[in-house]
Design a protein around this ligand. Structure first.
Ligand code: PLP
Length: 365
């Protein structure tokens, strides 16, 4: 029992800490297995690109100085890529930090925060930590039900989180539909569109929410270097918003929230077009590989445009997760997302996917 819990804020008392994907080292220690593959946290199986690795080696000579707290170079580079002003960008220690900053700025314990069932766990975490009311809207076809979300708005609503594509389900929202939604949200509500998997999506109707910023001062779009750029370990993400919103977020941000190595690597990664293209291609082929295996095993799955796939076992999936662990394959249970019959598998390299598929066949036999 935690003896200090009665002193903690009410919201914190009800929280359980975020359950990350199991680290490969932990499984190694527990089961004495080697050659473990981890397909549990939607990381890039190709790792960081060559350009980022080169500057990281050089960056090791500059560790005694504090980082540039204004993030001048990276913000300017991102701004020119995204066709926005540098003062519209806020850098974060992972895009997760942006999710927390926006809640800190706009939400109090008296407010409500809307997000979908089966959505990213961090939305409920930041909401509960503040002690605000989480309004969890039932999903429609495993994705965000935008009209139900509009209906859920009250005078107390301050924030709506939408991931496009959604994690863990991999569903996505077309531009017309999402833009109409954003424009209908009343002025007292902030909308966050979390585009962590933006670069992976190939569908022609998939929107770039940054284009709506000039006429949507209440919109925050978040992106990350953790997925397509393969830099999850460095913790680097960013938000794009109106300059008024960015200025508010910067007020509560820690002065040196983004470290020097992360910013130099991010700067290099933006220009590593070869690595980005390889990552997209590897993901696309890998998704097809895993989908085909599911089809031949008679397993249903939720069609995904991300770098992961939720597989439906039509029965509690935890025993399958455990059996896969014993085969040295780590995937992600999503029972906490109210999907007890599913496992989420991150798309790996062709070899990793094949190992996962072999293990799955063995486990299901
Ligand atoms: C992975 C992911 C993120 C990225 O988090 P970082 O803090 O940038 O590593 C954000 N949102 C969603 C929905 C994700 O799946």
């Amino acid at each position: 029992m935690n003896k200090l819990e009665h002193l903690a804020l009410a919201g914190v008392r009800g929280l359980t800490s975020y359950q990350a994907g199991k680290p490969a080292e932990e499984l190694e220690r527990e089961l004495g297995l080697s050659e473990i593959i981890k397909l549990a946290s939607n990381e890039n199986p190709l790792g960081a690109g060559k350009l980022a690795r080169i500057v990281l080696r050089k960056g090791c000579n500059e560790l005694s100085r504090y980082p540039d707290g204004s993030g001048y170079d990276l913000k300017n580079k991102l701004a020119s890529r995204l066709n926005v002003e540098a003062d519209q960008i806020v850098l974060g220690n992972g895009s997760n930090e942006l999710l927390e900053l926006v809640a800190r700025v706009f939400v109090s314990a008296e407010n409500e925060v809307i997000f979908s069932e089966h959505s990213f766990a961090v939305y409920s975490l930041v909401t509960q930590a503040i002690g605000a009311k989480a309004v969890v809207v039932p999903a429609s076809d495993w994705g965000n039900d935008l009209s139900a979300m509009l209906t859920a708005i009250t005078d107390a609503t301050r924030l709506i989180f939408i991931a496009n594509p959604n994690n863990p389900t991999g569903t996505w929202i077309a531009g017309d539909e999402l833009e109409a939604f954003v424009r209908q949200v009343p002025d007292h509500v902030i909308v966050v569109i979390d585009e962590a998997y933006f670069e992976y999506v190939q569908e022609p109707d998939y929107p770039n929410a940054v284009n709506w910023l000039p006429s949507c001062p209440n919109l925050l779009v978040t992106r990350t270097f953790s997925k397509i750029h393969g830099l999850a370990a460095l913790r680097l993400g960013y938000g794009i918003a109106s300059s008024d919103m960015s200025e508010l977020l910067n007020r509560v941000r820690q002065p040196f929230n983004v470290n020097t190595l992360a910013s130099v690597a991010g700067l290099a990664a933006i220009d590593d077009h070869e690595h980005i293209q390889n990552s997209i291609k590897t993901n696309h082929q890998g998704l097809r590989q895993i989908e085909q295996a599911c089809n031949s095993l008679g397993l249903a799955y939720i069609p995904s445009v991300g770098n992961f796939l939720c597989i439906d076992f039509s029965k509690p999936a935890m025993p399958i997760y455990d059996a896969l662990l014993r085969e040295g394959v780590i995937v992600r249970p999503v029972a906490n997302d109210k999907m007890p019959d599913f496992l989420r598998v991150t798309v790996g390299t062709c070899t990793e996917n094949a190992r996962f598929i072999d293990a799955l066949c063995k486990v299901l036999a």
